[in-house]
Design a protein around this ligand. Structure first.
Ligand SMILES: Cc1ncc(COP(=O)(O)O)c(C=O)c1O
Length: 460
């Protein structure tokens, strides 16, 4: 059959509130034109993030009923440890309440002011945790990552030559570890090839620099490797994932993505001394090392979810959804990051609104237009999220102005996606009316979550 169906049926439903444009205008005004500040029930299709927003399976709910809530050494911890250990092969496993907690512990234990951490692209929380320690989070994506239109198979790769140059310039002592984010969320959900991971590992090994994988979407990356990289076509996703982790010295993970859970994360490593430091700080920040800020039932849901994420039919369906969206939107002439990424569609806001200056935040204009047109909540990945102020206090834009429509796992059906295409088409057809925005209130760190905007005329 040509049609790839959702490999599940629905046993429980949740109502969606259908709003009018006037209601949405009122809601957006009250949220200071920042969709993070909207009430979720005012969003008809909520694509703000794929993080923690997925639907759990019957097996996960059943496992949760077996949750052992003992403070230390629970059965649920054993199941979690065994699942994480099987996939990552790492001897030291620390559960955390989510990914950023793992990043925070890693950064606080290992980094000192002046250090440098290269990555293909740091996610915003990873960058913030590194910068909070006075270190520099350095993005070294491959050249194709900057061209949204080139259809290279592994646009999430790291620029290995730039990594070597970075080590030559700063020296090993300034680089306590390097990271690779799979898939590269910030760069469009694009995958990293095994060959690139191996090349990165080789360069780092020469200088005894540990490699940490940001593993949030490790299963989606494993699927891409199977589909796009020679020699992996017949390999089970579990084996591909194990091979990826075998190249690393540690990993941070948000189980809210490919753990198919609503909360949770972990930090794993091979180095026993690091593990000791992580465990001690983990006790202070997250709780005893066998629960790490999670209930026993959460550990159970993650143990099952990590395996379900590696189910081949699940990944076929998940990737088919993204490809369907990209194909349909491309046919309408809408510019976006190509080829399809793993968990989201990334509209190219700069190409959609070429007349608008970057510091008028074209991505925010598109995000707000999507909400007003159809109650769709997306997120800007552009100059609001990734711009920065230089040493003279002048705001510098981000290299890309993207709008991410992230797909919660196992939540929306085909007709939701068809509706979404109609909403995007309307925004595209009416793009001449989209205004720029000005920030009227912001914080120093992670400003996009809470800042206030006001619309300004397009030409400014
Ligand atoms: C690549 C990447 N790293 C880290 C994180 C942080 O994970 P969490 O939201 O669980 O703190 C995210 C979350 O979206 C992410 O996409």
């Amino acid at each position: 059959m040509r049609t790839i169906i959702e490999p599940f049926r629905i046993k429980m439903t949740e109502p969606l509130k259908i709003t009018t444009r006037a209601q949405r205008e009122e809601a957006l005004e009250a949220a200071h034109h920042n969709v993070f500040l909207l009430d979720a029930e005012d969003c008809c299709i909520d694509l703000l993030t794929d993080s923690g927003t997925g639907a759990m399976s019957a097996q996960q709910w059943a496992a949760m009923m077996l949750g052992d809530e003992s403070y230390a050494g629970s059965r649920s911890w054993k199941r979690f440890e065994s699942a994480v250990g099987e996939i990552t092969g790492m001897p030291n496993i620390l559960p955390t309440h989510q990914g950023r907690a793992a990043e925070g512990i890693l950064a606080e234990c290992i980094l000192k002011p002046g250090d440098i951490v290269p990555n293909n692209s740091h996610f915003d929380t990873t960058r913030a945790n590194i910068e909070y320690r006075g270190a520099t989070a350095l993005n070294l994506p491959c050249a194709e990552a900057f061209d949204t239109q080139v259809a290279a198979p592994f646009k999430g790769n790291m620029d290995v030559e730039a990594l070597s140059a970075c080590i030559a310039e700063h020296g090993r002592d300034k680089i306590p570890f390097a990271m690779v984010t799979v898939t590269n969320n910030t760069g469009g959900g694009q995958p990293v090839s095994m060959a690139n991971l191996r090349a990165v590992k080789d360069v780092l090994s020469e200088h005894q620099i540990p490699l940490i994988i940001d593993a949030c979407r490790f299963a989606e990356n494993a699927y891409f490797v199977r589909q796009r990289e020679g020699g992996y076509a017949d390999r089970p996703l579990m084996e591909i994932a194990q091979e990826m982790f075998s190249l690393a010295d540690g990993a941070t993970m948000s189980c809210k993505k490919d753990g198919l859970a609503n909360i949770g994360g972990f930090l794993v490593c091979r180095n026993g001394e690091w593990a000791l430091q992580f465990r001690n700080l983990g006790i202070l920040r997250e709780g005893f090392p066998t629960y790490g800020g999670l209930a026993g039932r959460d550990l159970e849901a993650i143990a099952v979810g990590l395996h379900e994420a590696l189910d081949f039919d699940y990944q076929v369906y998940r990737h088919a959804t993204v490809e369907y969206m990209v194909d349909r939107l491309t046919a309408l002439g809408i510019p976006m990051v190509l080829p399809a990424g793993g968990h989201a569609v990334f509209l190219d806001a700069r190409a959609m609104l070429p007349e608008m200056q970057q510091l008028s935040y074209p991505g925010i204009g598109i995000v707000n237009a999507l909400y007003l047109a159809g109650g769709v909540r997306a997120v800007e990945l552009g100059s609001v999220m990734f711009g920065h102020f230089d040493n003279d206090g002048v705001e510098q834009p981000s290299p890309l102005e993207l709008v991410r429509l992230a797909f919660p796992r196992r939540v929306y059906t085909q007709s939701h996606f068809d509706y979404l295409i109609e909403v995007i088409e309307e925004v595209w057809n009416e793009r001449a009316k989209i205004s720029g925005h000005r920030i009227t209130q912001q914080t120093e760190i992670l400003r996009h979550f809470t800042c206030h905007f006001e619309p300004v005329p397009t030409a400014s």
